[in-house]
Design a protein around this ligand. Structure first.
Ligand SMILES: O=C(O)[C@@H](O)C(=O)CO
Ligand code: MG
Length: 259
């Protein structure tokens, strides 16, 4: 059975961020991820991981002005220098947190930015980042995010687009981050897609749809999905990246589907 991680940006938000590590451990998680580590000293995060025997599974590269609505800068030609600085900052944190996987958010493509220029920028940025990360033994994930509900304009919005990118970049430490919630919205056909793309999948996240709440609140058959991932031999992390419909404690019934 794959290992389960808690996304601390969405789960356990009933308590302050630094207290969520302990809550994750008490709930039975062995790994954690969250959007960004950069506002906390690495040593503090490291301590929280150690105290709770948790693995830092993933975090994102710096995304640009998140509060101002940016969702990554990797496809933006006028932000290459900032992108590279962000990669170096992420490496510092990944080293301290012993994290072997980071996610690169491609960004929202401005309507007036030429598609080919955005694509070329993304390819070159990903290749540059992957080379820096390779030396550290870190995998660079690229997540396809739905552009229908949550992020209109997100540049990588299907698994096919991420796969095209992986082919062009052609580096062993670049992988697809497959988020079952986003892909249910954009593509459906979840299990067949995972089966086809399994060798290129570096990380999986989940939430039910619609609503992005816990398994059992929507249309995805999670007992089949978890069982099939196991049958397919997926031995990576499965991260719970959902907004609890009520409280986090009440949302965790899906754990029973995994035993
Ligand atoms: O699915 C998501 O939204 C996340 O994985 C993320 O990192 C960016 O929002
Ligand atoms: Mg996700």
């Amino acid at each position: 059975m794959p290992q389960f991680a808690a996304n601390l940006s969405m789960l356990f938000t009933e308590v302050p961020f630094m207290e969520r590590f302990e809550q994750a451990r008490l709930a039975g998680f062995t790994g954690v991820e969250y959007l960004f580590p950069y506002e906390w000293p690495a040593a503090e995060l490291q301590q929280a991981l150690r105290t709770n025997s948790l693995t830092q599974v993933l975090f994102n590269l710096p995304p640009g002005d998140w509060g101002g609505g940016e969702r990554g800068i990797a496809c933006l030609p006028d932000r290459v220098e900032e992108f590279r600085e962000g990669v170096l900052q992420a490496i510092e944190y990944a080293r301290a947190l012993e994290c072997t996987r980071v996610n690169c958010l491609a960004g929202l493509k401005p309507a007036d930015l030429d598609e080919d220029l955005a694509w070329q920028t993304l390819v070159e940025n990903v290749r540059w980042a992957a080379k820096q990360l390779e030396a550290e033994g870190i995998t660079l994930c690229l997540e396809a995010i739905n552009s229908r509900v949550d992020m209109p304009g997100f540049f990588l919005d299907t698994s096919a687009r991420v796969m095209r990118l992986l082919e062009e970049v052609d580096m062993d430490n670049v992988r697809l981050q497959y988020d079952l919630y986003h892909m249910q919205i954009m593509e459906g056909d979840l299990l067949r897609t995972v089966e086809c793309l399994l060798p290129w999948i570096g990380h999986i996240q989940f939430a039910d749809n619609p609503g992005r709440h816990e398994p059992g609140t929507g249309e995805i058959n999670f007992s089949n999905v978890f069982r099939e991932l196991d049958n397919l031999g997926y031995n990576g992390w499965l991260s719970a990246e959902y907004r609890p419909a009520t409280t986090t404690a009440e949302s965790l019934g899906w754990f029973q589907l995994t035993s």
